[in-house]
Design a protein around this ligand. Sequence first.
Ligand code: ZN
Length: 171
Amino acid sequence: MEKKVLVLNLDHTPIAVVNVQKAMVLTLLEKVSVLADYPFLSIRTIDREFSYPAVVRLDEYKNVPYRGVLLTRSNLFKRDDNECQYCGSPKHLTVDHVIPRSKGGKSSWTNLITACHRCNVLKGDKTPEEVGMLMRKKPFKPTLAYFLAEYAERNAEEWIPFLSAKAVQPG
Ligand SMILES: [Zn+2]
């Protein structure tokens, strides 16, 4: 399976995830430095063998506008670990407005939560307090790093040291 490559800015802020071909081009053009490789993997061309990069850092600072995480159904489910935030069921997931739209509730990260169909119907047009339902966690606005950390835990543990603020090194 092909592995993804994490791209850091010169100040070590994660800015993108690219495929390995793109990372190799950046490396060969000397635009990036490789900070970590995937062990036991390599890239072979006809006459050479390269190590397989996991994390690369731009050699020149790039001004990147802050990109939040897009509010979509699948990103919302991902934030909520694909579980109903009332009963924990992973089945028949729907999007619930914590404060119902009829009561002025907005479609925002902090007012939307993952609920199974059953809990959504049970809650109806009320707030959780009104029906005595408890949320497992308060809905929050996730950052790009939050999503990358989740991806890294499952697919690319080599990234983990670079996703924590403490990993920022001078230079
Ligand atoms: Zn439920």
